[in-house]
Design a protein around this ligand. Structure first.
Ligand code: HEM
Length: 495
């Protein structure tokens, strides 16, 4: 079932790539977009706070001043804050779906997943209390419904519903508490965000500048076309009617019409626990962590610099020099560290480098012996197009042999020359989707190694024209075949 969702999602990314290009595809930057939106909310929130009056009498009129008298700036910033908050929920939910359907939430990623669920809670809590601050009819409805829920939680001295029972029972202290919650949640959010990306090396927390500008432009346009409105002032003596609803933040409240607040708490808590425990449900066998051959390790640190999940660290050897060590719980078994090491000092137990080289050599010799010309050796990332889909085209493509490897980042330039030395004319390397590598940096590091700007670099007489690197997601088999055939045509013209 998840495989189907994965393919559907990959098609979505495929079409988004056509529109935005992989560099600016928002579906590849959802976590970073969420971080960017948090900054937008903080900056716009500071401006709103300058004019906000923290009192039962003044809260509404200060928001009214911003919306109506200062519509050109205060009103626009209020809209930016409101739509930015809505977009944050959309970006975060899509980010959750992306990590789930693409199977990026288990094992070493569980910390990011569980803290992500808590982040989602915080966003909702902060947003709901943000609504209270406006103190219009919608705020009154949200506050009354929230009070019904919060009265079941013994954290407030007296039931909140008493504070909300009449206009006269409403104190300034109430607004201080609301403001405190609305302001303190972002602080906790940043602490959680730090935990969220702690096991992720060089986490991408900033979207490309062009994408950030487009997001701000989009929200400003939305704000101009449909500025955020202000309802009538809250009146606890009357029932609020005809309230515009915000499904992004208030979706949990409608069930209160049918079930009790306690039952709703049970449902919300149980579903959060269920989502948070997904990394341990239906767990498949995890591959063993990479291993270091201490004798071969020169302590150059390249494997540590290339590891996408902070799984490699350096420790002193007996002779005082450094050697690489692997943290088993962080290791993704992707093999990027293997590709970073030119000294055979690091290996994947389930996919040994030497065995891979032998297989490449054997298949290359077989290809040479077949007499096909030009012949191409193909490396395929097992997270991109599937080998079984390629093998379906065996008959019309006898001029190629392919092997699937855990990650393209496992390759170093010297491996790609094995087929060439065996007499094969070209090497085609198909990574997973460009811009969204499953192991984050596999495609990028290998491309840099080929260009000679990242170690291990190619030999001096390396023939680049005979090596082609491209990326394809699991649904892009057609694109893969077109690209491979085109490369063969190019090689054919050159020989
Ligand atoms: C405020 C909300 C959130 C923000 C700002 C955020 C931000 C980020 C960022 C910046 C990354 C690193 C991306 C990279 O460099 O590859 C990341 C990774 C991740 N996030 Fe979130 N996130 C949020 C919520 C969530 C939620 C709700 C979930 C799921 C429950 C989640 C699950 C993950 C996972 C599993 C990863 C690791 C992905 C990988 O290893 O490729 N995040 N997040």
């Amino acid at each position: 079932m998840k495989k189907i969702f994965h393919k559907d999602w990959s098609w979505l990314e495929h079409w988004a790539n056509r529109v935005y290009t992989p560099m600016y595809n928002p579906l590849y930057h959802l976590g970073a977009i969420a971080v960017f939106l948090i900054w937008v909310l903080i900056i716009s929130g500071i401006y709103l706070f300058i004019f906000y009056e923290i009192s039962a009498k003044g809260a509404y009129s200060s928001v009214q001043y911003l919306t109506e008298d200062q519509w050109y700036l205060g009103g626009a910033i209020r809209s930016l804050h409101h739509y930015g908050a809505d977009l944050l929920v959309i970006a975060t939910i899509l980010h959750l779906i992306h990590t789930f359907v693409t199977d990026r939430y288990r094992y070493w990623r569980w910390v990011a997943w569980v803290s992500g669920v808590l982040l989602l809670w915080l966003i909702w809590i902060s947003g709901i209390f943000g609504y209270w601050m406006v103190w219009d009819a919608r705020a009154q409805l949200v506050a009354t419904l929230s009070a019904e829920m919060l009265d079941k939680v013994p954290i407030f001295g007296q039931p909140l519903s008493i504070a909300l029972s009449s206009n006269s029972s409403l104190s300034n202290q109430f607004f201080y508490i609301v403001l405190f919650i609305h302001f303190s949640t972002p602080v906790v959010l940043f602490i959680l965000l730090w935990i969220h990306v702690k096991r992720i090396a060089m986490a991408r927390v900033n979207p490309p500048a062009g994408l950030s500008r487009a997001i701000v432009g989009f929200i400003l346009l939305l704000s101009a076309v449909k500025p955020v409105e202000l309802g009538l002032k809250a009146d606890l003596g009357k029932l609020p009617v005809n309230i515009p609803f915000d499904w992004f933040y208030l979706f949990i409240y409608p069930p209160l019409k049918h079930i009790s607040a306690s039952s709703l708490w049970v449902i919300v808590i149980m579903s959060s626990i269920f989502v948070a425990s997904l990394p341990w449900i239906g767990k498949k066998k995890r591959f063993p962590a990479a291993e270091v051959a201490s004798l071969n390790c020169t302590g150059c640190e390249q494997c540590m610099m290339d590891c996408p999940y902070e799984a490699v660290y350096m420790a002193p050897k007996k002779n005082g020099l450094l050697e690489a060590k692997i943290s088993d719980r962080n290791c993704a078994s992707c093999g990027i560290c293997v590709g970073a090491c030119d000294y055979a000092a690091i290996n994947l137990p389930h996919f040994a480098e030497e065995a891979m080289k032998q297989k490449v050599l054997r298949l290359s010799q077989e290809l040479k012996a077949s007499g096909m010309h030009p012949a191409i050796f193909t490396f395929v990332c097992e997270r991109g197009v599937e080998l079984k889909d390629i093998l379906k085209h065996d008959k019309e493509m006898e001029w190629t042999r392919a092997i699937s490897i855990p990650c393209i980042g496992m390759l170093m330039p010297s491996i790609t020359t094995i087929p060439l030395q065996a007499g094969v004319q070209g090497v085609f390397i198909a990574g997973c989707q460009v811009g969204d590598c499953y192991y984050r940096f596999g495609n990028e590091w290998f491309a840099q190694r080929l260009k000679g700007i990242r170690r291990p670099v190619p030999e001096r007489d390396f023939d680049y024209s005979r090596i082609k690197l491209a990326g394809f997601s699991v649904v892009e088999i057609e694109d893969f075949l077109i690209s491979l055939n085109k490369f063969r045509d190019e090689l054919g013209q050159g020989v």
